[in-house]
Design a binder for this molecule. Structure first.
Ligand code: HEC
Ligand code: HEC
Length: 357
């Protein structure tokens, strides 16, 4: 909502600047007045930006609340009938039936200020003075046991209030973190028939990484993903095989073992002829190459600058990276926990060596 309003305010501002020329040419409209722009541009940000002058405490707030809000939200903000409750619900968010209120759920106090200022009292919105809004918000906080009754809420003290659920929200990064699930989705003339090749069953506690049962279940999940990959790339595997045969100087058994380990990488990386970048770059010819050598792949800054400094993917560097990606290349975009077993690292390195460019 606030983004929309900001854009609107910015648009209004640009119209205001551009208006005289248009108005003259078309004989239409007039420039927006500063107070008209101000009436739009009233959103408050989580850091308190946009808050007006004014102040209020819970005692004053209680009176205003009783007069203008209590008929629906209750004398103590506990809610009347089915009108929303504005207080209570502390520590219920993990329950089956959580009570989500300003106190228990809302991460930013600015939302409360903005909401009350913009849309309450219901049916009579935008009739409150700034002092009344400060006082009411203080009263709602007080009703949630979040401030003492002598706390004066204002622009200056706004950030002193700690909202219990401030860290309860995360940014939705699925568009990038799960891009590999949607990357090559078939949208037309797809296969008529889809066969389910494997099922994943979680027998143990899936949250425990040390649970051997869930580990094998995790592997089954990866197998399933791989089976899907292979089904999709039905015409590609021949090229992969050919490349493996060509590289005669390699330890064939180790390459084979590495191919298995590479299943863990396949969600993001491809190798062989016709390989395409997915979440991660194509890994053909990576052994011996500089870090971040694939053109047009959007590497992290660190990966690129290490490459520019001349760091190459020799076996030692690869081993360190694959063991703990984040410690070898800080802030790397490769969100992979790392390979625990040295043997796996050796094997997958040998496998990668078998794909020259
Ligand atoms: C006539 C009944 C009524 C009155 C009076 C009223 N509200 Fe509301 N309030 C509502 C309704 C209905 C909603 C839910 C609106 C929605 O979800 O779109 C609401 C929602 C809210 C919310 C958001 C609650 C949530 O968790 O989503 C706050 C905060 C709020 N009101 C504060 C106030 C304040 C402060 C006043 C007095 C200045 C006030 N209200 C007066 C009916 C009322
Ligand atoms: C979740 C996705 C993901 C998985 C799984 C993954 N990688 Fe990566 N990998 C990436 C991304 C993204 C980059 C680019 C990193 C950067 O720019 O910092 C990368 C970079 C690399 C590089 C450097 C490439 C270059 O051109 O410099 C190597 C080598 C590599 N990965 C190997 C592996 C191996 C081997 C595995 C499996 C054991 C693996 N990765 C698993 C996403 C992944």
């Amino acid at each position: 909502m606030s983004k929309f309003l900001k854009v609107t305010a910015a648009t209004a501002l640009s119209l205001c600047i551009a208006a005289p020329a248009y108005a003259e040419k078309l004989g239409l409209g007039r420039a927006a007045l500063p107070e008209e722009i101000a009436a739009w541009d009233k959103d408050v940000s989580p850091n308190g930006e946009g808050l007006p002058e004014g102040s209020g405490d819970a005692l004053v707030g209680e009176e205003v609340f009783a007069e203008k809000c209590a008929s629906c939200h209750g004398d103590f903000a506990e809610g009347v009938d089915n009108w929303p409750k504005l207080a209570g619900g502390a520590d219920t968010l993990a329950d089956k039936d959580p009570l989500k209120t300003v106190g228990s759920y809302w991460p930013y106090l600015s939302t409360t200020w903005d909401y009350v200022n913009r849309s309450m009292p219901f049916g009579d919105a935008q009739t409150l003075t700034n002092d009344e809004v400060y006082a009411i918000v203080a009263y709602i906080l007080y009703s949630n046991d979040l401030i003492e009754d002598d706390f004066v809420l204002s622009k200056e003290t706004f950030l002193e209030v700690e909202m219990p659920n401030a860290s309860g929200f995360i940014l939705d990064d699925r568009l990038t973190s799960e891009a590999h699930f949607v990357g090559d989705a078939c949208m037309s003339d797809c296969k008529d028939e889809v066969k389910i090749t494997k099922h994943v069953v979680f027998k143990g506690d899936p949250n425990s990484p040390d649970d051997p049962v869930s580990e094998s279940a995790g592997e089954a999940a990866q197998d399933a993903a791989t089976a899907e990959d292979e089904a999709k790339a039905e015409d590609a595997p021949k090229a992969e095989e050919a490349a493996v045969v060509e590289a005669a100087a390699l330890d064939a058994e180790l390459v084979k073992a590495g191919e298995k380990v590479f299943k863990k990488c396949k969600a993001c990386h491809q190798v062989g002829e016709g390989a395409k970048a997915r979440t991660g770059p194509v890994l053909n010819g990576v052994v011996g190459a500089k870090l971040g050598h694939v053109e047009n792949f959007k590497y992290s800054k660190t990966m690129l600058s290490m490459g520019e400094e001349g760091v190459v993917w020799n076996e030692a560097n690869l081993a360190e990276f694959l063991k703990k990606p984040r410690s070898f290349v800080s802030k790397t975009k490769m969100s992979f926990a790392g390979l625990k077993k040295e043997d796996d690292i050796k094997a997958v390195t040998e496998y990668l060596k078998s794909f020259s460019e």
